[in-house]
Design a protein around this ligand. Structure first.
Ligand code: BES
Ligand code: ZN
Ligand code: ZN
Length: 479
């Protein structure tokens, strides 16, 4: 699909179909002919689509003109045309500013995504050209026209990186093994001029990464620590991003029931987001040195499986009592966070499908932001608003901290309370953050939105690519 901006009136543009948004049920606009809705039972209701084929117009109701509504609007447009043979679609700009055109573009690409890798009959995509007209801004200055064109290109990069992450999440677990994930990282590095280092079991042993190693013990596939580096000349800051890469999470010996096990192929969503971000960061030439670190393994049962009652020693020397082998992500992250801090970055962010508790607390659409530093958390909230990836802060407190106490080790891998699990998981991670880094680290729990069961917004079922847009926006906002 190609998206272009053309400096012409919409009537002068040739296309198979025109897309018209009805904003807030406002049917009086010059572009709208009320007769088109006769007998169609349509008043511009939100998310409703009406195709007036004889006039070659597609109407879609959106509740107001904001970025998220535009994103959902264009994604609905491409999705409702599924099965039709229209090859080109034209539309107006819908408001000034980069944000609007960025959202229109993202919606088209995110909405057009489908995962047909394993379908014998591939989806046919007829729609090839999207043409955006500058009609309402007839005397648009040349420089702003060029700027909008650049914004389209950047939005394409970001949305395609989201789709890249979605593809990884959607791959079945016996195909996307830790080794396969590292081969994807290698390819990604080659295509985007990134440096890549990949470490296996031996290195983890040498480095004393006993927590990460324990999780990997039952798997026939070796664990992989993946480290991608993007290093532009004169980088303004150095950022380390850490992703949970559980290519499958069965719960281990604390085995999950079968109904909650399906979809656990998505437990490498944090890692997938990191790979997506690394691709975008390089293609966008951002002025920051960015390190993408992924702990890839799977949590299964087997004769070497780690056990409840085991005591592990992490890379930072702390001992961990295992009370539940299903709380494995935090073990892998503990060692990867130590690795990340050794790089001496300005900030460390981790992203993970870490807890079911965050889904109970916030629902399936919202990410949890946790950490010690108000400013860093606020900057992530700002990126959340700017990118449209919903986030909420969950605050630490003095009463939750002691719930991780263990009688036999420095810390227990689960809380002694069944409540507040998203925050206690983050407090566990905090045990592996050095004093110097306490205020330079934040944690994102994406367990809710990472995997989509029932389609919503611009997300088809499956991996959503959660975190990619958010982190890129956060990097863009950095000063
Ligand atoms: N990967 C899961 C968390 C998860 C749950 C992700 C639902 C996506 C959807 C994680 O490894 C896990 O199993 N967490 C446990 C922790 C518990 C044992 C303290 C959980 O949330 O139940
Ligand atoms: Zn688990
Ligand atoms: Zn997990």
């Amino acid at each position: 699909m190609k998206i272009e901006l053309i400096d012409k009136k919409i009537k002068e543009i040739k296309a198979d179909l025109e897309l018209v948004f009805i904003i807030n049920k406002e049917l009086k606009h010059k572009w709208i002919n009320k007769n088109d809705f006769r007998n169609r039972n349509f008043q511009g209701e939100t998310d409703k689509t009406v195709l007036v084929e004889e006039k070659k117009i597609l109407y879609i109701g959106i509740p107001s003109l904001n970025h998220e509504n535009l994103r959902v609007g264009t994604s609905l447009a491409v999705r409702c045309l599924d099965g039709f043979k229209f090859k080109s679609l034209k539309l107006g700009l819908y408001g000034e500013g980069d944000g609007n055109i960025q959202s229109l573009t993202e919606g088209f690409i995110l909405g057009f995504y489908f995962f047909d890798r394993y379908l014998s009959e591939k989806k046919k995509n007829y729609l090839k050209d999207i043409i955006i007209s500058t009609e309402e801004f007839g005397d648009l200055k040349i420089e702003s026209f060029e700027k909008l064109k650049k914004t389209i290109k950047e939005a394409e990069i970001i949305a395609r990186s989201v789709n890249y992450a979605r593809d990884l999440v959607n791959m079945p677990p016996s195909e996307l093994t830790p080794i396969k994930l590292s081969s994807f990282a290698r390819d990604l590095a080659k295509e985007n001029n990134l440096k890549v280092k990949i470490f296996g079991e031996k290195y983890l042993e040498e480095e004393g990464m006993g927590a990460f190693l324990a999780v990997s013990k039952a798997s026939p596939y070796p664990p992989q620590l993946i480290h991608l580096v993007y290093k532009p000349k004169k980088a303004k800051k150095k950022i380390a991003l850490v992703g949970k890469g559980l290519t499958y999470d069965s719960g281990g010996l604390s085995l999950n029931p079968s109904t909650s096990m399906t979809s656990m192929k998505s437990d490498e969503s944090g890692a997938s987001a990191i790979l997506g971000v690394m691709q975008a960061v390089s293609k966008l030439n951002l002025p920051y040195e960015v390190h993408g670190i992924v702990g890839a393994t799977e949590n299964v049962v087997g004769k070497h499986a780690y056990k409840p009652d085991d005591i592990l020693r992490a890379k930072n020397g702390k001992t961990i009592e295992v009370k539940n082998t299903d709380a494995e992500g935090r073990l892998v992250l503990a060692d990867c966070l130590s690795y990340a801090q050794d790089l001496k970055p300005d900030y460390v962010l981790d992203i993970a499908t870490l807890t079911g508790a965050v889904v109970v607390a916030l629902g399936e659409y919202t990410r949890g932001i946790m950490g010690n530093d108000k400013n860093l958390k606020n900057s992530l909230c700002k990126a959340s608003l700017d990118s449209g990836e919903l986030c909420t802060q969950l605050h630490f407190n003095r009463y939750l901290r002691p719930l991780l106490k263990s009688d036999v080790a420095d810390v227990s891998n689960i809380s002694s309370s069944s409540f507040g699990g998203a925050i206690t998981a983050a407090l566990f991670l905090d045990q592996f953050i050095d004093k110097k880094y306490k205020d330079k680290w934040a944690h994102l729990d994406i367990a809710g939105p990472a995997f989509v069961k029932k389609p919503w917004g611009y997300n088809p079922p499956g991996g959503s690519g959660a975190g990619v847009r958010l982190i890129i926006q956060w990097l863009k906002n950095l000063k």
